[in-house]
Design a protein around this ligand. Structure first.
Ligand code: TXA
Ligand code: MG
Length: 353
């Protein structure tokens, strides 16, 4: 049985938070909104609750969970030997979509970190998430509230679609704000390493740190679709049912990207395959002659909008019954890095033009 608890995102109903906190304290698991995506939480110290999270999501147990805190004292309960650099970022960016990799306090069960001696911690900025952690009076382990491999949920409807009947409660407080997950930084390496680009741009973190952050190619989402042995053989993330073909424009050569997408879409149409295109505000008009579903992911000049629409758009492809979805690529600057990471990881094929 899953109960749905509806509340206002900005002024969460204290009775709703009490109810959800009570479920968490008694070992249950609850999906709740954060400013990035919905999370599926359990009390970090309750191993059975953490096991239920892995089970509900069908998540492999070697993929560790982020620990969510609502205060610095809670942070110091789950991590030890926290470097000065971490506090530099924390002062400026918490609460907010920044996750830091820190040495694990042995109090945190190993199942949370998949056996690692490091723990990922963040303080979310969403009033419902913060309020819930405070009321529960415990750090909360929470991955994104989607079935493993599916696009992350940016609304309660997405969570209901994936997890209804598999979790104890879902707090519905409407759409999330950023639409992509938190930025994950390993602050223990020299220089710090980006493990996942996310809602806070790397450039902004570098400015506060006063040093460059190392960006490995996996953080750009490279090395998966490219190295696929055969299409469909690799492990997909963030992926809808539709097969995604990503067309990346070199040095923002938008014209040839559009031409390539039109040619590709026509060839699938001729074969009778239901093909859809994900375009941007600037290019959407150029595809109308194809007479196929064209989705607008947002404006090229507003990556905040594109990020916000990203997972919602991927899920919409399935609602439309698209078999093949051809998606435009974006520039890897600011939030564009997170958008391209997610798109590449969701793709079956990447074409450069
Ligand atoms: O915005 C977010 O971060 C959302 C909301 C719910 O807070 N959470 C989220 O969690 O995206 P999840 O589980 O979907 O992604 C967490 C990522 C995974 O790629 C995982 O491998 C990595 O963080 N991670 C977690 N703990 C780690 C650790 N100890 N060391 C290295 N990576 C870790
Ligand atoms: Mg996830």
């Amino acid at each position: 049985m899953t109960i749905i608890l509806k509340t206002d995102p900005n002024n969460p109903d204290p009775l709703i938070l009490d109810k959800a906190a009570k479920i968490l304290r008694s070992g249950g698991i609850v999906a709740f909104p954060t400013e990035t995506v919905y999370g599926l939480g359990g009390v970090v110290y309750n191993e059975d609750a953490v096991k239920k999270i892995f089970w509900a999501k069908k998540r492999p147990i070697d993929n560790p969970l982020i620990v969510h805190v609502s205060s610095l004292s809670m942070l110091e309960e789950v991590a030890v030997s926290i470097p000065e650099k971490a506090y530099l970022l924390i002062e400026r960016f918490w609460p907010g979509p920044l996750t830091l990799i820190l040495p694990r306090n042995p109090k945190v069960p190993r199942i949370v970190t998949s056996g690692l001696d490091i723990v990922a911690v963040r303080m979310p900025a969403h009033p419902v998430a913060l309020g819930l952690i405070k009321k529960t009076e415990s750090p909360i382990a929470a991955p994104s509230a989607n079935l493993a491999g599916r696009p992350s949920p940016t609304s309660a409807e997405h969570v209901i679609r994936d997890l209804y009947g598999r979790v104890d409660a879902i707090i519905d407080a409407g759409e999330t704000i950023y639409g992509v997950e938190s930025t994950i930084i390993n602050i223990l390496t020299k220089p710090p390493t980006l493990l996942r680009p996310g809602a806070f741009a790397v450039e902004d973190l570098e400015r506060v740190l006063g040093e460059k952050i190392y960006i490995p190619s996996f953080a750009r989402g490279l090395g998966e679709a490219e190295h696929a042995i055969a299409p469909g053989m690799k492990y997909l993330h963030y992926a809808p049912e539709a097969s995604i073909i990503l067309v990346e424009p070199a040095s923002q050569n938008i014209e040839s990207m559009v031409e390539k997408i039109k040619t590709l879409a026509s060839s699938y149409l001729e074969k009778g395959v239901r093909v859809c295109v994900v375009a941007s505000t600037e290019t959407i008009e150029k595809y109308t002659s194809l007479k196929i579903p064209i989705l607008n992911i947002g404006s090229r000049s507003n990556m905040f909008e594109v990020a916000r629409n990203l997972f919602k758009t991927l899920r919409k492809l399935d609602d439309l019954g698209c078999i093949i979805a051809i998606i435009e690529g974006f520039e890897e600057r600011g939030l564009g890095l997170a958008v391209m990471n997610r798109l590449r990881k969701a793709s079956r094929e990447i074409i450069h033009v």
